[in-house]
Ligand binder design. Sequence first.
Ligand code: ZN
Length: 701
Amino acid sequence: MRCLVIIVVSLCLLAMTQVRAHERPSIEVFGVNENFEVVVPLTDEAPKVDGRLDEPVWEKAAKVLGFRQISPHLGQPATQDTTVYILTTTEKLFFAFRCAVRSRNAIRAYETRYDAQMRRDERVTIFLDTLHTHDRAYSFTVNARGAKADERFGNSDWDAQWEEAVQVNENEWIAEIAIPYSILTFDPNRPEWGINFGRYVSETDEWTSWAFEPERPFDMRYSPHLVGLPLKGQKANSDNFVKRWLLKTFSVADYRLDGGDKGIGNNYGIDGEWTFRPNLALRFVFKPDFSEIEEAFESIDVSYVEQFIPDRREFFVQGSEFFSEVAVAGEGWRRGSEPSLFYSRRIGKFDLGTKLTGALGSSRLGFLSTHNLDDSEHTFVFNFARTFGTRGRAYFGYVDALRSNNFNRGFVLGGETNFGYRNRFWFRSSYARHFSSENKRDGGAGLIRFGYGDERWFVSLGYTSFSPNFRPLLSYTPRTDFKRWSVFVHRNFRSKGTEFYRNAGFSVNWSKGETFSGKFFEQNYGLNLWLEFKDQTEISLGWNRNKHAEYHIREEPFNDKSFWFSLDLGGNKPLRADLSYGFGRAFDGRYTQPRIAIRWDKPDGSWRVRLEWSQRHQTYGGGTKQTVRSHEFNITRVLSRDKWLVLRYYNRGGDYSVKNFALSFRIRRETGEELFLILGDPQATKTRSRIAVKWIFPFRF
Ligand SMILES: [Zn+2]
């Protein structure tokens, strides 16, 4: 462990000494000057956001063109041209996209709702690295139907008010976008941002982007700079900075007509945000919202350890992007396999919460506290992440959980850097230590990972160690007591246009580990293959063999095998289907697992239908048989951009039984206003008569 700490610290020092300016991507980029920057013209006349570029002021705009393909033909010019125009006033940044299309009938875009998943809808995206950290950006997306979605530093639950309008003509569609400075987090003393643009061309199923390094198309370190921004005047107390206070009141009323808890229930509270500087916001919550009125059920897979369930509570969801390092457990495949200290679902009911999030220079920081006054339980979480130019980053996190009779506190320290030819090699490392008055929670964990990546290969070699007592009170740590080596190799084959496929590849993984006392822990082998045909049909196959010890269940290690096959049909057409079939061994018995999912979207976006059926049939070691089945039927009627009706039926049987039927009406606006009216109880296992209304109303002043 001591050597890990030394490695982590030296990594941070290495990163600090190698601050370097920007590298230009290795492909030609049109519309950007030698300094690899775009100078945005400042104007007094704000264009009207109507999807028409008829105001003369657009002639003064900076112009960006020369989009290239990321997929299917990496680096080749896009088959349809995209031109972006950029302008600014002291209040807003203006963008206009001119997107050439073969004909207006070739455009596919189904989504009309705010912040919904756009999958393979024709669309454009603006990426803004306002903190210039080179690792996380804002994204603003508009599809060809005028639906929009936004994200802050990777958090799609972030919502803001910005204007957009779309116009579709015979041979092009135009998106006009205005983003107020007041919704962005930035440091007024650092008026140089990272910027990039992307477009998905639906007719040819093409992902295109403006300026990128072909080997790392989504890497913000290779994005050009946006300069000429009028940031000096952007003060929290000036007139430009409109959103200073945001108070969200929420109320939930609930009326149950049957069951043990028959009667009326209610719940209300306040959630507020005060943006006192363009780079810092303070959030507080009084009587936080714990009413979950929508809930999905668990999958029917076998699991040996605790499952990770994302927290949906507003207080934890908003601003979670400022805590991603201390809570790395929440991020995709990393969850549970990297040292982490914070899983917000470990915090139960509390009365008051505070949160400070923002940036200082190129550092992202977050602090939060929760207080349960009755039991005097207090929690403090701190997260700090800093990038060093384009060369690396380092982070530090601290958690302190004050509980009645014991103490639980810990820290995590980590970093990463790229080096070598075209930055193809990388190294990352992290270490966490938790101190507790309880012995079983007093321990450390660390990892070292070294890798190589180019446009075809990705190879990673890692070593991870979790001491037997590394169980931080507030973390998601499903497995401890191991030292494990792992190797992952991924190879991608891209079509040059003449082959029958668009994309193909394989990956191989291997890991082996033992416990701290030298007992067997795990030996795992896996292979995955995938192939995407020109018509967007995708096939994938996988095989995995995993011998793993679960000493909390029994003495002998389990020997699991699995094989699966899946087929994805329909691409971006209105009717699509996913079919999969898996079989293998788990819990010393055999299983088979088929699944069918069918989706249909009416091309005008007004109706959507989903059907899903899956089953798992298992024969256990002793000969006991079990079949678990689930069906789900979902029909959505989109009434307008912000109003829709959903009818959902869910049925599960075989292990525990669920039969559930609900009709909901929902309003969701980017202003933060929400109404959720639901008949039926999606959390109940039997169909229940219930009416629940949840209303969130924001005030801005
Ligand atoms: Zn930069």
